[in-house]
Design a protein around this ligand. Structure first.
Ligand SMILES: NC(=O)c1ccc[n+]([C@@H]2O[C@H](COP(=O)([O-])OP(=O)(O)OC[C@H]3O[C@@H](n4cnc5c(N)ncnc54)[C@H](O)[C@@H]3O)[C@@H](O)[C@H]2O)c1
Length: 442
């Protein structure tokens, strides 16, 4: 049954807490695409096709022609940052995109000034920006963010807004009693409880405004009962967490292949060097811990030791991130994978990925923003697990193990789009083709 999806009419605002490397790379890219200088490479929403009906039907439209998504020319960007640089200045400092390409869209980028951030250095020690909302309690900060969102909508004549967190990774915290219900979180806000992280303040404010929220970092933010309760109560879509880009992207491509062939894995050592501001923040052990937990979860689920102790029972998985300024945003990662096959014979796989972190992340932010806006228009609220294709540590319903296999995640994403548009879901069974043939021959 086709869902009653509202058309993507008017302008869509994409607000990002954190106008750093990832966010500015996205904004500059969309500006370049809109001027005809570039193409949305890496965006499944823009360049991906989707098969509809039988294989013999030959219906494979572009996803953007199949589901009603906001047009790139209808997007207005904005955000908050702890540094006052406009997007042109921030993108120039991030050094992801070459200066001549930034200069070609300079005016568009210069016009985007960050709003003052909700920031608490207790959650991110390695940043010292002072473009911050000061002297306000946690509750007053919520109201200030709500006012920012409303002002952004009014100033730009927007029809809809989504928020995608592109800010730094906060220090590791676990979900405790404080976040266990909406009533408890609200009481804690009223008491100005300093354990509430800034990211949760943005998220809480967004949901009060009916604005969908995507968590691009491994922060706890919306992955707590209190926020899920609010999202359900206010019928707003949420998704998280942590963009799936370089090394983890490779892991969720390679590991399902090894698992599918019932090959054993006894060790997976992953190390990285990166030198951008994200790397600087992650150089603090408390912030690295948040990222480490997110990165480790992937293999445990795909290479399930409980189901296959003979293949994965001894798996040793280690992840390291090293801050190395000379490499900037050009992260280099090495994976050493110790596998074994028939009769236990050992083999090795080495992956050396010389990637560009923000180049991989920017189209993910775009797709997440476009799809969560679609979900909201289709009245799909609460956790949007079908977007886990883009995320390292997908948020799921309580008690439901996350699916990390990228191919199953893609199938889930495509089937959700088919479901929204009332098309048949595709199981890849295919027996019917042969049955029809057999019957026609009788
Ligand atoms: N680049 C990738 O491949 C990738 C992949 C997965 C996740 N991420 C996550 O995405 C986020 C952004 O990555 P990046 O490379 O752009 O980092 P970045 O350091 O260049 O940008 C983050 C920006 O957030 C700002 N910030 C920090 N706290 C803030 C707050 N409370 N409010 C507003 N702004 C705040 C910082 O000042 C900084 O400018 C990080 O959390 C990173 O871990 C990135």
């Amino acid at each position: 049954m086709k869902k009653n999806v509202k058309e993507a009419e008017g302008k869509l605002g994409i607000l990002m807490p954190g106008l750093g490397a990832v966010a500015t790379t996205l904004i500059a890219g969309v500006a370049a695409i809109n001027k005809g200088f570039s193409k949305p490479i890496g965006s499944v929403a823009q360049l991906g096709h989707i098969r509809l009906g039988k294989r013999t039907d030959n219906r494979n439209p572009l996803i953007k022609d199949f589901v009603p998504l906001a047009k790139l020319t209808d997007i207005v960007f904005g955000g908050w940052d702890v540094y006052a640089d406009n997007v042109y200045e921030a993108a120039s400092k991030a050094k992801v995109i070459e200066q001549h390409q930034l200069d070609a869209v300079r005016e568009t980028l210069e016009a985007i000034q960050p709003m003052k951030a909700v920031f608490d250095r207790n959650f991110v020690k390695n940043l010292d920006g002072n473009h911050i909302k000061t002297g306000l309690s946690r509750r007053e900060l919520v109201e200030a963010v709500r006012a920012d969102i409303r002002g952004f909508i009014a100033d730009n004549g927007l029809d809809r807004v989504v928020i995608v967190w592109c800010g730094s990774t906060e220090k590791y915290i676990e979900s405790d009693d404080l976040f266990s219900s909406l009533a408890k979180l609200e009481a804690a806000l009223d008491q100005d409880d300093q354990r509430i992280p800034p990211s949760m303040i943005y998220c809480y404010a967004a949901l009060l405004e009916g604005v969908p929220y995507v968590n691009g970092a491994p922060n706890l933010t919306c992955d707590v009962p209190a926020i899920v309760e609010l999202a359900t109560q206010n019928r707003v879509a949420i998704a998280g967490k942590d963009f799936k880009t370089g090394q983890t992207l490779m892991k969720t491509i390679v590991a399902p292949g090894l698992q599918a062939r019932a090959l054993g894995v006894e060790g997976w050592f992953s190390t990285n060097i990166l030198g951008n501001r994200d790397g600087l923040v992650l150089d603090d052990p408390e912030n690295f811990k948040t990222k480490e937990v997110s990165k480790l979860s992937v293999l445990e689920e795909i290479l399930d030791a409980d189901k296959n102790p003979e293949l994965y029972g001894d798996l040793y998985h280690k992840v390291r991130i090293n801050y190395y300024p000379p490499h900037g945003d050009n992260k280099e990662s090495w994976d050493n994978i110790d596998i074994f096959g028939w009769m236990g014979y050992k083999m090795q796989i080495k992956i050396n990925f010389l990637c560009r972190d923000s180049i991989l992340a920017a189209p993910i932010v775009l797709d997440l923003a476009l799809f969560i806006d679609l979900a909201q228009r289709a009245d799909m609220y609460g956790i949007q697990e079908w977007l886990s294709f883009y995320l390292k540590s997908p948020q799921t319903a309580p008690g439901l193990p996350a699916e990390h296999d990228i191919f199953k995640q893609l199938m889930k994403l495509q089937n959700t789009l088919r479901h929204i548009m009332g098309e048949d879901l595709i199981t890849h069974l295919g027996l019917d083709y042969y049955q029809d043939l057999v019957e026609s021959m009788q």
